[in-house]
Design a protein around this ligand. Structure first.
Ligand SMILES: NC(=O)c1ccc[n+]([C@@H]2O[C@H](COP(=O)([O-])OP(=O)(O)OC[C@H]3O[C@@H](n4cnc5c(N)ncnc54)[C@H](OP(=O)(O)O)[C@@H]3O)[C@@H](O)[C@H]2O)c1
Length: 241
């Protein structure tokens, strides 16, 4: 595949989707896969090189970029994200449950962390060739598509992430005309993040992480500069803003 990257980086390689993305890159012959996670353990596989970072620690993200700068990846995927916080705080169904500290943590992890990864990784991208910087967002971050409400902090953090993706795409287009900066909606994927919410899903709506990874990489392979700044679902259809 002509557009397949020789080197790639996945931030969030310990997650359901991030791990499957690393394995899919490996299976497709990507020669260097930087696999970032908090523990720095990462998935096993040919050409997978684990590294440690924490979304809440800017210096760790700067250090990861520094480590990659001599041979930068052509594709960078941010596959981190939270829906339920580590202390068990789940997404709010009503404004009455808003808690500023929990809200701030969701924004720190879902919006600010990916933005910091962009801050340090976008400068490594080639000016004269195609690159891909993609962040896992979610359809529920679409404002115009929101008919159910609820999940206030998660939805708002993803809507804000989508805005930053658009902003970064516009900024990069001035100097990097071949580049692609995009958001991705993976579908409902069987992972730790979705596990508490799977019971009411209609039959057949849960995607295996391996299938989600293949779908998302196929979508990324097809995107061009004209798609930069947008959010795409696992079929390659644009998710409205
Ligand atoms: N699963 C779905 O149905 C679904 C649907 C729509 C969108 N998404 C989006 O897809 C993305 C991946 O979700 P997933 O289903 O793969 O979830 P997951 O299995 O829970 O993985 C989440 C990842 O985020 C990482 N992470 C959390 N806090 C971190 C921190 N402080 N520093 C570094 N990494 C941190 C986790 O690392 P640790 O292992 O260290 O905790 C893990 O690698 C998320 O952005 C999610 O919003 C998922």
């Amino acid at each position: 595949m002509a557009r397949w990257p020789r080197a790639a980086a996945v931030f969030g390689a310990s997650g359901g989707i991030g791990c499957a993305l690393c394995e899919a890159f490996s299976a497709q012959g990507t020669q260097v896969i930087h696999a970032g996670s908090r523990r720095g353990a990462g998935p096993q596989g040919d050409a997978i090189y684990p590294f440690a970072f924490d979304l809440a620690d800017e210096a760790s993200i700067a250090a990861a970029a520094e480590m990659m700068k001599d041979d930068p990846p052509e594709w960078v995927i941010v596959a981190t994200g939270v829906l339920t916080l580590a202390d068990g705080t789940g997404p709010e169904r009503t404004y009455k449950r808003l808690d500023p500290a929990a809200m701030a943590e969701v924004f720190a992890l879902n919006t600010i962390g990916p933005a910091l990864i962009a801050k340090y990784m976008l400068p490594l991208m080639p000016r004269d060739r195609r690159f891909v910087f993609a962040a896992l967002s979610a359809r529920v971050g679409s404002i115009s598509d929101n008919r159910l409400g609820g999940w206030h902090s998660y939805r708002a953090s993803k809507a804000a992430l989508n805005m930053l993706i658009r902003n970064f795409a516009l900024e990069m287009a001035r100097t990097h005309p071949e580049g692609v900066v995009a958001g991705l909606h993976p579908g409902t994927v069987d992972s730790a993040l979705s596990e508490p919410f799977q019971s009411n899903l209609p039959e057949g709506q849960l995607t295996a992480p391996q299938d989600a990874a293949t779908n998302l990489l196929d979508v990324l392979a097809r995107l061009g500069p004209q798609d930069s700044g947008k959010v795409f679902d696992f079929r390659g259809d644009e998710v409205p803003a």
